[in-house]
Design a protein around this ligand. Sequence first.
Ligand SMILES: [Ca+2]
Ligand SMILES: [Ca+2]
Length: 100
Amino acid sequence: MAGEKTDVKLTHAEQCIKDLVATFYDCSRKDKDQENLSLEEFRELVKKNFPNYLKGVNLEEKIKELDTNNDKQMKFSEFLKLIGELVKTVKRCEKAKHTC
Ligand SMILES: [Ca+2]
Ligand SMILES: [Ca+2]
């Protein structure tokens, strides 16, 4: 039942979504601004979670590119755009049968 925490067996896909949200907040809550990733927090998030998919990417440039509200921070919806990009890249690679 909704709201009950006991014995809910999530599917793999559901767990992935949950993990993604947790990944964001684990890092975004390191400083006072808990709803946003600073550049520092974003660096840490990438180092811990996307060392392969974002290898060699200039993270400062990446934040600028994704920063729709121009506050130099990454909010969750901006983070989702990044995830969307990564998902599309992975899909393209799968389709082309390349290993990425
Ligand atoms: Ca923060
Ligand atoms: Ca922003």
